[in-house]
Write a protein that binds this ligand. Structure first.
Ligand code: AMP
Ligand code: MG
Length: 496
């Protein structure tokens, strides 16, 4: 007998208990699979805060075996890697079956905020890879790692990232790049597309199993609803609509463009998910398109709220067989139209330092956005300077950003008249609302360039500031400056 074949495979023990509630849904929902190892993996970045939340020892993760485990090259004891199947609408067109083409769900561990699933991204081909190679490149993996942590630092619902590891294994994109793996973390990675998948195939039993799973686990209040005649599935759709509305308000307020709002990239929990060609706005341009592959501008910044509603409509169609009534389904989508504007107004009032609602607020917001757009003013720096101007009473550093000084002066007068007398406290609140640091494209790009020559200091610096984006970081002041001219020429596409 071959003694090697008899030896048990070496496993990495993270020292935490694993469960896998998704796996219990059954084989119609996924394919069991192991990660395809990458040669000589190295650590690019680890997230000590998230590791601590998950009660994972950071030093163990950073050990040689830990890095292999985070790359999928050394199996982790207690996990059950699987690729889930979903479908979706891409760029407004039904794309049929998609699925985890390069992701593997490992299972879930406990945390202070409830069970969290861990997922690899970039660990090789799956039955859902279609023409893809199952890999993710270092560049886009660093962007996902930092992008998701930046959103978390901004208190915007998002999937998280525990680590990014790399390998010198070549990966072909427009040019030859190298492979990397991100370990993502979320309560669930279920997307609108998971529901569309089973609805499109008229697999209503599986559709119900999936909906019941998500409702029982994440939306249990829907079971006791008195709305929609007690229809739990309609109540569920309404809850998802409301979470999505709140998410979109946060995106718009902070100036975040997702770039690929396909229905397979929409989280059923209202999280920001799948960081591809995303961007935080530099100059304010409502029509900004951050995805170089998006020729028609379907996912332009100012179209995002409507696209989210369109996507919810697709989810509604998928849930219709369970809800059982078209009018109820439409009614469950209605609240998006009121929640989104009211949440956005609340966000913008926070940015402006206005503690209570006033009927003229919408006009005040509209006017400042028009001024910002006209002069292509830097969005993040504007709000941060405005916060300081409220503290000092001196608008000059804000005014300097505008060509239309008269327009700004008139707006500043009206804004000042609306501010509460207690300016110090107001300004402090604004500084806790308007970040000093966002993950601008050029910052990511500079950190990526360094990482390509194995200098991961830029990634570490960015992680530090995006985790505390409202604080001053005197040693990293450069990361809060205006973007250089070349920043506007960076082209980020779907290629990742
Ligand atoms: P995305 O546009 O990144 O949301 O991806 C859409 C679909 O393509 C999903 O099913 C992904 O898993 C899959 N996909 C994207 N890139 C790759 C790749 N390099 N290899 C395999 N599947 C991929
Ligand atoms: Mg995706």
């Amino acid at each position: 007998m071959d003694s090697l074949a008899d030896a048990p495979p070496r496993l990495f023990d993270l020292g935490v208990g694993w469960k896998h509630s998704f796996a219990a849904l059954g084989p119609a929902f996924f394919t069991d699979l192991v990660a395809a190892p990458l040669p000589s993996p190295y650590l690019v970045g680890v997230n000590p805060r998230l590791a601590a939340d998950l009660r994972l020892p950071t030093d163990l993760l950073q050990s040689e075996d830990g890095v292999s485990a985070l790359t999928g090259s050394l199996p982790i004891a207690g996990t059950r890697p699987l690729a889930s199947v979903y479908s979706g609408h891409q760029f407004g067109v039904w794309a049929g079956q998609l699925g985890d083409g390069r992701a593997l769900l490992l299972g879930e561990v406990e945390s202070a905020t409830g069970p969290q699933e861990l997922q690899f991204k970039g660990t090789g081909r799956t039955p859902y890879s279609r023409m893809g190679d199952g890999r993710a490149v270092l560049r886009s993996s660093i962007r996902e790692f930092l992008g998701s942590e930046a959103m978390h630092g901004l208190r915007i619902p998002t999937t998280r990232a525990l680590s990014v590891t790399g390998s010198d294994a070549p990966v072909r994109r427009e040019e030859i790049e190298t492979a990397a793996v991100v370990v993502r973390v979320a309560p669930s990675f279920i997307r609108f597309g998971h529901f569309e998948h089973f609805a499109s195939r008229e697999q209503y039993g599986e559709l119900r199993t999936l909906a019941d799973y998500v409702i029982d686990r994440f939306y249990p209040e829907c079971r006791a609803t008195e709305r929609f005649g007690g229809n739990a599935y309609a109540a569920f759709l309404e809850q998802v609509s409301e979470r999505t509305a709140a998410l979109l308000a946060r995106w718009q307020a902070v100036g975040f463009c997702h770039g690929v709002m396909n229905t397979d990239n929409m989280s059923i929990l209202g999280l920001t998910i799948d960081y591809g060609p995303f961007q935080f706005l530099d100059a304010f341009d409502p029509n900004h398109i951050c995805n170089h592959s998006d020729e028609s501008g379907r996912y332009a910044y100012n179209r995002q709220p409507n696209v989210a509603y369109w996507n919810l409509f697709c989810l509604g169609q998928a849930l219709l067989p369970l809800i059982g009534d078209e009018q109820l389904t439409l009614a469950a989508l209605e609240s998006y139209k009121t929640i989104f504007p009211s949440e956005l107004e609340a966000c913008m009032r926070g940015k402006l330092g206005l503690p209570d609602a006033h009927e003229d607020d919408r006009v005040l917001v509209e006017r400042v956005l028009q001024l910002l757009a006209k002069d292509r003013v830097d969005y993040t720096i504007f709000w941060r300077r405005l916060s300081h101007a409220v503290a000092t009473g001196d608008p000059e550093p804000v005014r300097d950003q505008f060509l239309d000084r008269e327009g700004f002066d008139a707006w500043w007068r009206d804004h000042s008249a609306r501010l509460p007398a207690e300016r110090g406290a107001t300004a402090l609140g604004m500084l806790r609302t308007n970040p000093k640091f966002v993950l601008r494209n050029h910052l990511g790009e500079l950190a990526i360039r360094r990482a390509k020559v194995k200098d991961f200091g830029g990634v570490a610096d960015l992680l530090k500031v995006v985790h505390a984006p409202f604080d001053e970081h005197p040693a990293l002041e450069d990361l809060a400056g205006f973007p250089p001219d070349w920043a506007s020429h960076i082209e980020i596409s779907c290629s990742s």
